[in-house]
Design a binder for this molecule. Structure first.
Ligand code: AMP
Ligand code: MG
Length: 418
């Protein structure tokens, strides 16, 4: 059934298989995104153990706790002198030095100081560090003219994390700092969710493989490969299946092969044409449809549903539509299927370098150049959603809101990184 979310209402646009259903309004971008997140929910999956050196980009399947206080001793955060704040200003006796990787054996007494390096443990008796730049050294003594706050330039033991404290939660995707933390807390092996797999199914009688010499009326298969790259970037395993021909029999055969994966990504065959058989095939396999039209451009005839326990997207076939709809909808589903808790789609604001107008009512994701500092954005000229060269000139999408038709030059507009 077609509908918004789990409701089972009909669809407004003519069904190719001739079933009459009550009309339902197509979803806005926000409603469609919310539907994807709600339907996929938080999917549980298999777990594997890996070395921390392989963990970048993977999603944690366990909480990670600190194995000791961090730092394990109070440490200096500056090069300088460890002192008793109460002695300052003053002329102090230097009783030795302590470097990172050492412990100072004696105690700092009244009117005494220890030369200290960044990262070194604070000697007993000292309660502050004075930066070397604010000291004058000579004759085994150090003169400090300023005063010092107790605890200045000292990181107390456990101030970053306490032994046993959870520092990373299951469901977090590990970035480079996460890898650093595994290393810092001695986690040589870690449990992560297995990567989610996505079956990529290109469709269309006009599609030929890259190595083939196409006739003028044929098109090389590029969608399968942009999608494979996007799936890999989202942490998934892409399985590119053969191009499904525009017959129900062949499309069904390829879709059935795709059901081995966690997620199905079909490209093309979801418009209302006579040879757009994707929805018909999925319906015959018993699919539920959560939506099949979204008020976005590129990518309006976007289909999302579930068949035999697997979520699927029918992505519109034009290359830019396939790329955009993956980024704004399918990526979130894949990340959730990979056990990731937070799925973000940041769309910060930048200033338009020129005036921009569009027809309101549809959210548009148009190829754009984002300035190196992120402050400005300029639309890229393009010839519509088949224009792959224009997409390669873009490093972002300008997001024109459905409620707003005109953006003067210099106006703030949202931008989505490509
Ligand atoms: P469709 O929605 O099936 O009518 O596809 C729309 C258009 O997208 C087609 O006319 C092709 O130009 C293009 N297209 C579909 N599939 C692919 C593909 N795998 N690679 C590149 N372009 C495609
Ligand atoms: Mg087609």
């Amino acid at each position: 059934m077609i509908g918004f979310g789990s409701e089972t209402k009909g669809s407004g646009h003519p069904r190719p298989w001739g079933v009459t259903m009550e009309p339902v309004v197509p979803l806005t971008f926000e409603q469609a995104r919310e539907t994807v997140l709600r339907m996929v929910g938080s999917a549980r999956r298999d777990v594997e153990g890996i070395a921390f050196t392989e963990a970048a980009g993977r999603v944690l399947a366990e909480d990670i706790a600190a194995d000791r206080d961090s730092p394990a001793v109070a440490r200096s955060v500056r090069d300088g002198y460890a002192v008793r704040a109460i002695d300052l200003p003053g002329d102090l006796q230097v009783i030795g030095e302590v470097r990172a990787g050492e412990r100072f054996a004696a105690e700092v007494g009244p009117r005494q100081a220890v030369e200290i390096m960044t990262g070194a443990p604070i000697p007993a008796g000292a309660d502050a560090v004075v930066m070397v730049e604010h000291t004058e050294r000579g004759n085994g003594r150090v003169r400090i003219d300023g005063s010092a706050e107790p605890r200045q330039f000292i990181n107390p033991r456990g101030c970053e994390a306490r032994a046993g404290e959870v520092v990373l939660h299951a469901g977090a995707r590990l970035d480079y700092s996460g890898v650093a933390m595994l290393a810092a807390f001695g986690r040589e092996r870690v449990r992560v969710y297995t990567r989610p797999s996505a079956a990529i199914i290109p469709t269309g009688d006009e599609i030929v493989e890259t190595g083939q010499a196409p006739e003028e009326f044929q098109i090389r298969n590029s969608n399968a490969w942009s999608l494979a790259a996007q799936v890999a970037r989202a942490g998934g395993l892409a399985r590119v299946l053969p191009v499904a021909r525009d017959t129900e029999e062949h499309t069904r055969e390829v879709v059935e092969a795709g059901l081995a994966a966690d997620l199905l990504l079909l490209s093309g065959g979801v418009s209302a044409g006579k040879y757009d058989v994707v929805e018909r095939v999925l319906a015959a396999l018993g699919a539920e449809f959560f939506f099949d039209r979204v008020l976005i451009q590129p990518g309006q005839p976007l289909v999302f549903g579930r068949v035999r326990g697997k979520f699927f997207f029918g992505l519109p076939g034009n290359p830019a539509s396939t790329m955009v709809t993956f980024e704004i909808f399918a990526r979130a589903a894949l990340e959730r299927l990979g056990g990731q808790q937070e799925v973000a789609l940041p769309m910060p604001y930048a200033r338009l370098t020129r005036e921009f107008r569009h027809r309101a009512g549809i959210t548009r994701f148009l190829p754009a150049r984002w300035s190196a500092d992120g402050a400005e954005v300029t639309p890229v000229e393009w010839r519509g959603s088949g224009d792959i060269p224009a997409m390669t000139r873009a490093n972002a999408y300008l997001v024109a809101e459905a409620e707003r038709a005109e953006y003067p030059r210099g106006e703030w507009i949202r931008v989505l990184a490509k």
